[in-house]
Write a protein that binds this ligand. Structure first.
Ligand SMILES: Cc1cc2nc3c(=O)[nH]c(=O)nc-3n(C[C@H](O)[C@H](O)[C@H](O)COP(=O)(O)OP(=O)(O)OC[C@H]3O[C@@H](n4cnc5c(N)ncnc54)[C@H](O)[C@@H]3O)c2cc1C
Length: 362
């Protein structure tokens, strides 16, 4: 592309949103992506044997209460009516999450009315028993540490509902793209003002020495890598996935089952065909694809999944942020750039805001 106005480095959902918005404002955008394909961690693969859409980096369900974000993504794809429900498997029995009347009634063999739940949970060891069965083992596996050592807000985020509502998310807008997640990214980047180069990693020194020196950059790769890890590496939790194709129509009857006991080495099993209940042929076919998810300690070079928020990591992040603020024309965003967990809708929302506040479209 000749006469590039803006470089977008990283083609995850944050970078694709930025690129599209800038292109629609008349800017010529060059998108650089270090992987061989766009989409970041929302990228999916079609299983060669079954055609089932596999969420390579773990299950991704689009859910939002942000109307502008919902309007934006639906310009590119139509969403199916999938509503996310998560089951928990504990000592051979299966329970509905989140923590609410179905789980509590089944676990204790009671029949509580909604108004009775708060008092019942506060009684004796009820809360502790629920916590030990459904959250202690899972959280320890997820973070590699007992929950007591973890920021208490992680535990507080567990929703408690005095209802029979087993919808995992509270958001009224939910779904999976009918044509698959990859089509969302392909269509976002399909604009005459956008050129995409995959297998091309952005770095600051290379940019400064290139013919594009001085061109504003929106970067959504790891912030510590951008500065050559000069103050050290930001810590992450990683994941390993084990995929299997089975000769059964339905393995577990739902898309995600959490395994909450510490002794089971994985945290979840994903079964992807359930994300597309509208695909009757796939649902009926005597084959399914499942994926076990194993949390892992992270070491340099591993795929980063969850930032580990500690006072040390936050102070390291501050040092990198200060470096980024010194670079003229640089906007750092996305989950890797901000070193923060964001759902997809938050990533899109933050990208829309970054475009408005960047000065490039002024
Ligand atoms: C296990 C898991 C499950 C999740 N499930 C959900 C869910 O159900 N619903 C939901 O809303 N959200 C979910 N999320 C969050 C979702 O994955 C993120 O919101 C989203 O991936 C953030 O997009 P991003 O563009 O910031 O980052 P990424 O998707 O990581 O994209 C960043 C891109 O930048 C590229 N890159 C990095 N460095 C460079 C460089 N130097 N030059 C060029 N390119 C570079 C990377 O290759 C990557 O493609 C989940 C996250 C995890 C970890």
């Amino acid at each position: 592309m000749q006469n590039v106005d803006v470089v977008v480095a990283g083609a995850g959902i944050w970078g694709c949103t930025v690129a599209r918005c800038l292109a629609e404002r008349g800017r010529r955008v060059l998108v650089l992506e270090s992987r061989s394909a766009v989409g970041g961690n929302v990228r999916c693969e079609s299983d060669p044997d079954t055609g089932i859409e596999v969420h390579v980096y773990g299950s991704h369900i689009f859910h939002t209460h942000l109307d502008d974000v919902w309007r934006f993504v639906r310009r590119f794809v139509e969403f199916n009516g999938y509503q996310h429900k998560v089951m928990a498997r504990y000592r051979g029995k299966t329970y509905f999450l989140p923590l609410g009347l179905p789980l509590v009634n089944k676990f204790f063999g009671v029949e509580l009315a909604p108004g009775e739940l708060p008092a019942f949970m506060a009684e004796g060891t009820h809360r502790a028993q629920i916590f030990d069965a459904f959250f202690r083992g899972y959280t320890s596996k997820q973070w590699g540490r007992p929950p007591e050592e973890i920021d208490p807000t992680i535990i507080q985020r567990v929703p408690v509902r005095a209802t029979y509502d087993v919808n995992y998310f509270n958001d009224y807008n939910q779904g999976i793209p009918l044509t698959g997640y990859n089509s969302l990214f392909d269509r976002m980047l399909d604009h005459p003002n956008i050129a995409v180069e995959c297998n091309r990693a952005f770095d600051l020194a290379g940019h400064a020495a290139s013919p594009l020196a001085g061109v504003p950059v929106f970067y959504s790769g790891p912030i510590d890598r951008l500065f050559g890890y000069r103050y050290g590496e930001l810590p992450w939790r990683s994941l390993a996935f084990e995929r299997e194709t089975l000769d059964v129509a339905d393995f577990q009857g739902t898309s995600v089952v959490n395994y909450t006991e510490a002794e089971v080495p994985y945290t979840r099993i994903h079964e992807f065909k359930h994300y597309h209940p509208e695909d009757a042929d796939s649902m009926a076919r005597a084959k399914t694809v499942i994926m076990r998810e194993y949390p892992r300690a992270w070491k340099s070079g591993d795929e980063p999944y969850y930032p580990v928020n500690t006072p040390e990591s936050q102070s390291l992040l501050e040092r990198y942020r200060a470096e980024a603020a010194k670079v003229k024309g640089l906007t750092v965003g996305g989950r890797l750039g901000e070193y923060r967990y964001y759902d997809m809708d938050q990533s899109v929302g933050r990208a829309l805001a970054a475009v408005e506040s960047c000065g490039v479209i002024g």
